[in-house]
Design a protein around this ligand. Structure first.
Ligand code: KG4
Ligand code: ZN
Length: 369
């Protein structure tokens, strides 16, 4: 029997559960709360908590059913411990503990950002015939070429993370204010695209000219890999106000604004990425990267992927992305994939010790808490 891990993520506004074995994803169920939060133009924590409470049991039941197993067959339960919205995290942790206790299996607390980082290692479940007879079906850590640089771009995070080993991380750069996805969502509100605007900005940008409007490139004078997106947002607001002073925006202007703003957000990322890669090269540091990994909700964006590929190509690096776009936005499978390494190394809370697993709303990857 393969070791099945039931993994749960309730860090923000998606209720998700997944069954993985090794790094193979047997099911990945996500109940989105987007419709509920639309009227607030963002995630409203108490509404999220209530929706998680309603969704969690059916989502877990469906994840088990789709994987063709029962709760008594899981070898461990993994759950996002943080970072995320405190009331939302609480629901997942509470249910994960319940299932672990009821089935006498360990609990594996996972950092949500580590889940995004390792989402690129997830694999589709093996074809028929493999499931029940498969003792082991996973990529071992020695098969993953490391170190790699992980670029996480989501609604809550925009970070460069050096992956020395699976489980050993160093934050190289991050945003000092808004996350890139958050900036796209806020911009979308300015031009009435609804929430979350990221995917629509991508669609509209395809019909626009990314050079139509110029927004400033932030943080060019700082000698580090920090990023900032709030200045871009202010510049976009001014531009929209200027354009709408006399008449409503024309459709083509919205397309051009989307293309230009999206380009500027992504350029702010690739600029700092290039700065980091060139510093590694020029200082001929001991560090040799074997690849760049991309994760997070905005990682679904094709323009971001292209711009990153163009940036890293001169350094002989390739971009690794999750095998499906569903693995980019918040999901339980990435939590399961991150848990697998810990399960193998017995880094978990045995059923007698799970009482002290509490939510950690602010938890930097690579740091103890
Ligand atoms: O990873 P995620 O689901 O949640 C967080 O952990 O934040 O990311 C959600 C973010 C939102 O800001 C959404 O607008 C953005 O990802 N997003 C996109 C695309 N799909 C989702 N942004 C740009 N292009 C997309 N295709
Ligand atoms: Zn996330």
């Amino acid at each position: 029997m393969p070791n099945f891990i039931l993994a749960i993520d309730t860090s923000c506004d998606d209720t998700s559960a997944s069954v993985v074995s090794g790094r193979s994803v047997f099911s990945n169920v996500v109940a989105s709360q987007t419709e509920l939060h639309k009227k607030f133009g963002g995630v409203f924590p108490t509404v999220a908590k209530q929706a998680h409470r309603e969704n969690i049991e059916p989502v877990i039941a469906l994840a088990l059913k789709r994987a063709g197993i029962t709760a008594s067959e899981v070898a461990a339960v993994a759950v996002t411990q943080g970072p995320g919205l405190a009331p939302a995290l609480e629901v997942g942790i509470e249910h994960a503990k319940k299932i672990a206790v009821a089935n006498h299996v360990p609990l594996i607390p996972i950092n949500h950002v580590e889940g995004h980082v390792l989402s690129v290692l997830a694999k589709p479940k093996p074809k028929l015939g493999g499931t029940r007879h498969m003792l082991r079906n996973h990529t071992t850590d020695s098969e993953v070429k490391l170190p790699a640089l992980s670029v996480i771009v989501s609604g809550g995070h925009t970070e460069f993370i050096l992956v020395r080993k699976v489980g050993e991380y160093e934050r190289i750069g991050w945003t000092v204010d808004d996350a890139a996805g958050e900036a796209l969502d806020k911009f979308g509100r300015m031009v009435d695209l609804g929430y979350p605007a990221g995917p629509l900005v991508e669609q509209f940008a395809k019909q626009g000219n990314c050079s139509a409007f110029r927004f400033p490139l932030p943080m060019t004078t700082t000698d580090n890999y920090l990023m900032s997106f709030s200045g871009l947002k202010t510049a976009a607001r001014k531009k929209v106000e200027e354009l709408t002073a006399t008449a409503p925006l024309k459709t083509q202007q919205i397309y051009d604004l989307c293309a230009s703003f999206q380009y500027s957000v992504f350029h702010a990322i690739t600029y700092k990425l290039n700065k980091y890669l060139s510093s590694l090269k020029s200082k001929s540091l001991e560090l040799q990267l074997f690849g760049v990994w991309l994760g997070g909700g905005v990682a679904a964006n094709v323009t971001l992927r292209r711009m990153l590929r163009e940036t890293i190509k001169p350094y002989g690096l390739e971009l690794r992305v999750p095998y499906s776009k569903k693995l980019c936005s918040d999901n339980g499978a990435m939590i399961g994939v991150a848990a697998f390494g810990k399960f193998d190394h017995q880094e978990f809370k045995s059923v007698d010790d799970i009482g002290d697993v509490e939510r950690i709303p602010r938890w930097e990857i690579g740091k103890a808490h």
